[in-house]
Write a new protein. Sequence first.
Length: 119
Amino acid sequence: MEILYYIMENPPKEASVELADNRISLYSAQYGNCFVTGEKLEIGEMEVHHKLPKELGGTDEYRNLVWVTYNVHKLIHVTEQATIERYLTVVNPNKEMFEKLNKLRTQAGNCVIDIESIA
């Protein structure tokens, strides 16, 4: 409940009402877990990700949003190989997580991370 209150009381600056409302519903629907890793989300280490970024035509609709950890969100968007490798060390995704991560990267307009080249 603490995190739900935090989300309600701290909408993103300049956020639409739709985004503010959907953040609350989405947190509940994801049972307070990261969409990619499944780990419990914590205040200060959680972010809402737009599957299709707003700059690519995405919206604040519920179906376009997922809660992820800060490190996963960085991993979705980074493009430099050294930075990707650094965040992979922190997140340490398994095969299922890689599939979700790569799907979100593709939707965001980034290349997939080749799991074979990392292993």
